[in-house]
Design a protein around this ligand. Structure first.
Ligand code: CA
Length: 439
């Protein structure tokens, strides 16, 4: 259940954290890896607060956690490292103790002397360079949105959009971690084999149908040994937190290569993640059941069924994707929103994805990442990729400046963001996950 760190009455002495639409109020406290821009400092773990970053290692060195318990100090020590992996390895108890200590330190009721010292451990986010938050080992991308699966399936098989396994198990493929990059990294248009339905033979060249996929990603914070399964009742405890994920996809390469083994080069050229990991603790107030399954859908098999997961296995997160074209930048007009969808419309919870992933004894390691798959909803405005929005390019979008898009063009910047809100809780956000296409 929510603890004192998510109390909606909490306010911070960092005033930008108290703005009504702030992504990083004191109730959030997400972890990221940063250093001062244009510096040679070692990248280290910080915590976002308002428009600032709290340098946790600097706070520890300044003695600000001397009154905190051993667990909190141990966790703070891990924040000197260049990824959140060491912090995750320390375990749930340690990171919760650190979260409590940082919440006290940043609260408006903080000790005045502590506050004065902590002010020197704040770095403005605009003056920081961000890095990948975790060293990601293995990456698995699921296909958990039934609306996305239904739309994509309809393009291939109008009479039978969902394959028979879809409602029985969380479908996924093994992705590649070597090309996961942090938000802001330019994405080079991939080349590959393309073969349109009317082409006699494939040709090799730059992808013509480059797309984004709006996803959430969960970081595994607790490992399981090979040969053991993580029961669904425990699965949530194994997850450290969530960030945004753009699973860039080359649809023309994908259409030709995907049979019979699934995605390969169409998806492993770049995947962007947001720099801030929003922890399970911060998301507690927003836990909720997933949207009800359609009447007649099969009940999950016992290993994918759990009363708590059914009641609060989902997280009420709203995700948006916006596009800023080269012309919009030249004319100084803002990005245009393309879609908005909700994570509660997924068909499977992250707990079910992890329980299924380990059900055969597959070992998960700290830092492994699980992608949700494109988060789409039932309506047109909730389609989380261009493949769906333009129906494979057949219905190009017209932007408000008159430009049209079937797929992404060079110079296009894709901007993803997300937030969670609920009556009685303080809204928290994920920041953004951006990437610009270069030719
Ligand atoms: Ca995907």
């Amino acid at each position: 259940m929510p603890d004192a760190t998510t109390d909606p009455k909490l306010r911070s002495w960092v005033t930008s954290a108290n703005a009504p639409l702030a992504d990083f109020p004191i109730q959030n406290l997400p972890f990221g890896v940063f250093r001062r821009a244009q510096s040679r400092e070692a990248p280290r773990v910080g915590i976002a607060i308002g428009e600032q970053i709290l340098d946790v290692a600097a706070c520890l060195a300044a003695g600000l956690f001397d009154d905190a318990d051993d667990d909190a100090r141990l966790a703070a020590r891990m924040c000197a490292s260049p990824t959140v992996n060491a912090l995750m390895e320390r375990g749930v108890v340690a990171r919760r103790a650190l979260r409590n200590a940082v919440s006290l330190l940043l609260s408006q009721h903080a000790d005045v002397n502590h506050r004065q010292i902590a002010e020197h451990a704040l770095i403005p986010q605009h003056a920081a360079e961000m890095f990948l938050p975790a060293e990601i080992g293995d990456y698995t991308d699921f296909y958990a949105s039934v609306h996305h699966a239904h739309n994509v399936g309809s393009m291939m098989r109008p009479d039978n959009p969902l394959l028979p396994n879809y409602k029985w198990l969380p479908i996924a493929y093994h992705g590649r971690s070597s090309t996961i990059v942090v938000s802001g990294t330019p994405v080079t248009r991939p080349s590959g084999q393309r073969k349109g339905p009317n082409d006699a033979e494939p040709s090799f060249g730059p992808a013509r149908s480059l797309d984004y996929e709006l996803e959430l990603a969960a970081l595994v914070g607790t490992s399981n040994a090979m040969g053991t399964a993580v029961p669904l009742a425990d699965a949530d405890e194994h997850l450290f937190g969530l960030c945004l994920l753009n699973d860039w996809s080359a649809r023309d390469i994908q259409a030709w290569e995907y049979q019979p083994l699934g995605p390969f080069l169409a998806k492993n050229f770049a995947s962007s993640v947001s720099p801030w990991v929003v922890t399970r603790e911060a998301l507690e107030p927003f836990r909720a059941p997933l949207a009800a399954r359609a009447a007649g859908d099969p009940a999950p098999l016992p290993y994918l069924a759990d009363a708590t997961d059914a009641k609060r296995g989902g997280v009420d997160i709203t995700l948006t994707v916006s596009l800023r074209t080269q012309r919009m930048r030249a004319e100084n007009t803002p990005a245009e929103q393309l879609s908005e969808s909700r994570a509660l419309d997924l068909y499977w919870t992250f707990g079910q994805m992890l329980a299924h992933h380990t059900s055969n004894g597959c070992a998960m390691r700290v830092g492994d990442m699980l992608g949700s798959g494109t988060v789409s909803g039932p309506s047109r405005a909730e389609r989380g990729c261009l493949l769906e929005l333009t129906w494979r390019g057949a219905e190009p979008l017209t932007l408000s400046n008159g430009e049209t898009r079937a797929f992404l063009e060079d110079g296009d910047e894709v901007i993803m963001s997300a937030y969670a809100t609920r009556t009685g809780a303080v809204r928290i956000g994920f920041g953004s996950c951006t990437g610009r296409v270069v030719g």
